[in-house]
Every structure is written in structure tokens, then in C-alpha cells.
Design a binder for this molecule. Sequence first.
Ligand code: BG6
Length: 283
Amino acid sequence: MPTYLTEPLPGIEARPGGAHYAVLDQGAHVLAWQPAGHRPVLWVSAASEFRPGVAVRGGIPLVFPWFGAGTDGEHAPSHGYGRITDWQREEVVEQQGSLRVRYRLAAREGFPAAMLTVEFGPEQLEVSLAIVNDTAAEVTVEAALHTYFAVGDIRRARIDGFDQASYVDTVPGADPGPHLQAGPITFGAETDRRYHHEGTAVLHDPAWGRTITVAKTGSATTVVWNPWIAKSAAMADFGDDEWQRMVCIEAANVRDTAVHLAPGATHTLSQTIGVAESAPQTV
Ligand code: BG6
């Protein structure tokens, strides 16, 4: 049976067969996916707040219905209201080591409704965000599954699957480009990029001897983010050294790949995550 989390942020948690799955009602925010015998796959900051109306730093925040300050640069709060609003829990099914939870967020302020389905399994995590234009007008929406992955050491990590992809560099002061990715993505400084990218990302983490695979559908942009030293230190809900242990790989439709939906139309954005260890882990 799943456990129903209560204060300060309600949600659902399950630990079938030594696995750990958790999702919060606020933001339909996936907090944990840890298959039995593995380290946590999702990273959550030890400095994160868990308070109504405040975004949790880690897991899978849902960026919706705008990214950052939006295409016009004028929207607030940052990354939309979706991640700090309570979603309506519509279905909870736990069976044979898996947990499925479905949430709904009603249309508001000219933005459409959304449905989030999360399937926690022993082999994979599937998160699917359906944007449902139940308004009478055409709408433009930005969205991202802003997934934080845990790594043993970001300085040794690399991400395959982006060779020859074009990207915009959004680190403050950097030449925005567009640039062309040559070979794997590696990390040696603050990294904040929006890739035109539809394929699978493969995150190699030699420090922990594991590989995380991130497949996606319905998404034309992948955001890759690590704040590195100075930006981590400047964020109150981010430990000063925690940049070493995380990277965001975000299945997104933002800026020039925002979704335009006619009345009655639906767009679904999904991410499927798997993990493979080169050696059994002690967790
Ligand atoms: C990323 C952006 O998606 O989210 C970064 O590309 C941003 O620029 C990061 O810093 C975190 O955003 P927030 O609002 O959760 O602090």
C-alpha cells in the first residue's frame, strides 16, 4: 500500500521491494525514484525548502506554462505557476512493484489545463505531461520536465546523444550562439544550454559506475544545466558544494519550440528514465 504524505507537503510515497517512489501534490512534483539496490536516481538538495508555494529544489519540477520569465520576459513566478500549485490527484494504483499516479491542473488565466501521469517501476520511471487546450482560444505554452539527476562527480560525467545538435548558451555573459555541439557534453564551468534536440540523452557517471538513459517524446528542446560554484553559492536553497552531485537534463518545449495549441488540441511531452550499474551499489 502507498503511504499518504501529509504536512507540510501532501503526496504519495511507496517502497515496494526496497524501491523508493515519491510524488508531491504541489506541482505534481516527482521527488524520488530509486529502484531497489540502486542509489537515488533523482537529486534533491539538502537545502531545499518544503513549504507550500515554494518550489522544491530537486526531483522533477514541472515547468508550466512558461519557462523562466516566458517568451516575452515578463512572466512571474519564474518557470510558471505549475510547480508551486497544488494539482488534483485523480488516480493512485500500486501493483506488482509499480506505482501509477495521475494528476490534473485546471485551466487558468488564459492558459490550458494539464495532466501529469507518472509511472514508477522497478526498471524505469515514465513521466508524461499532457497539455489539454480546453479553452476557447489558441494558446502558446512553454513546458519542461526539469529533471535533476544525481551523479557521483559532475566533473567526470558526460552526456552522449547531442553531437552536432545546435544550442543557445544562456549562461550570463556568454556568447549565446547558436553553437554546434561537438561530441559528448562535459562539464568544467557553469553550464546552461538550450539544445535543439529530440533524441535520447545518455548520462555516463563513472564516479558511481552507472549510466542513466533519458528518452523522450513530444519535446524538441533539451535544457542542460549545472550552476557550478558561484551560482550554487548564490542560491539559498542549494548547498554550496552540491553542484558536484547533480545535473539537470530537461525535456522541454520552450522559446522557439513552444507549443501552439488550437482549441480542443492536446500535446503530450514525456520522459522515460532508466538506470544501469556497471557494478552492484551499496546504498
Ligand atoms: C534551468 C534554467 O532550467 O533552471 C536556469 O536554464 C535556471 O537558467 C534553472 O537557473 C533553475 O531555475 P530555478 O527557477 O528553479 O532557480
